[in-house]
Design a protein around this ligand. Sequence first.
Ligand SMILES: Cc1cc2nc3c(=O)[nH]c(=O)nc-3n(C[C@H](O)[C@H](O)[C@H](O)COP(=O)(O)OP(=O)(O)OC[C@H]3O[C@@H](n4cnc5c(N)ncnc54)[C@H](O)[C@@H]3O)c2cc1C
Ligand code: FES
Length: 271
Amino acid sequence: MPFQTDGMVIKNERIQSLYFLLGIYCPPIANQIKPGQFVMLKVSDDRAPFLRRPFSVYQSCPDPYPEKKKRGCLFILYKIVGKGTRKMTALEKGQKVDLIGPLGNGFTLPPLPSSASIILIGGGVGIASLYSLAEALKDRNLFVFIGGRTREDIFCVEDFKKLNSAIFIATEDGSLGVKGTVIDLFLTQRKKFNRRYRHYLYTCGPTAMFKTLSKSFNSKNFICQGSLETRMGCGFGACWGCVVKTNHPQTPYQRVCKEGPVFYLENILWE
Ligand SMILES: Cc1cc2nc3c(=O)[nH]c(=O)nc-3n(C[C@H](O)[C@H](O)[C@H](O)COP(=O)(O)OP(=O)(O)OC[C@H]3O[C@@H](n4cnc5c(N)ncnc54)[C@H](O)[C@@H]3O)c2cc1C
Ligand code: FES
């Protein structure tokens, strides 16, 4: 069950260009949140913006976490895109923040043991919602595809490397890794994945990326889950401001904040 609680900022640092890492000490949420779930954060004490903003948790460190100083903390990796995220950059160490979580359904993990590969595809800041999943799956057969417009949009590669994953990078301007989109890159590599198994593909990024993936890719060899990032009002199922159209016979419009944010991509009807 989600709940509202206070946390305390432990760090809020620029990692590069428009990207920041916010650390919050908040054991009640850090102990419960699962990969793919999210929090609604009040980004400032000012009246505006009035609505909380949704963020995935990049990393959560529940009580028995090996690094003692991170225990009880959760980390949000965010990009400045507008007024709320700009205000977030002013949060200071020691400051109290108000958040609601854990929200949403989270990713369904692949069964254990399995010879199948696990493929993560992150576009832009979408990669932030995949790191906690990668941590949960470390030392499995992990392939991580990271994409962005330019090299400024590629980050956290070192964190993924520590999980013994194979990393593939694409930028649209070719300033880092292969030139093109991350989906182009994945499609060129797809023969790597043995056709005898069904592989698990997890993805997060802009809507255009999901649409391209769904169109260009109709393979029975991959079970694809995507974490969608729509604009949200309440974040907990009350306003129906975040719906997406699906092939569900009874309830075609599903709420990204409640039934999602993770959906099997084959069930989404892109408009
Ligand atoms: C489940 C979920 C998880 C998310 N996780 C992260 C995360 O880990 N890190 C991160 O940086 N961002 C994440 N986002 C997106 C984040 O919530 C928005 O960037 C943020 O709400 C923007 O607030 P703002 O006030 O700065 O922008 P606004 O001033 O409200 O808008 C600025 C611009 O950004 C666009 N925009 C705003 N919200 C979204 C959105 N949700 N999707 C697409 N475009 C949007 C607007 O259309 C507008 O063009 C997530 C969103 C969802 C739904
Ligand atoms: S944001 Fe209100 S129902 Fe999803």
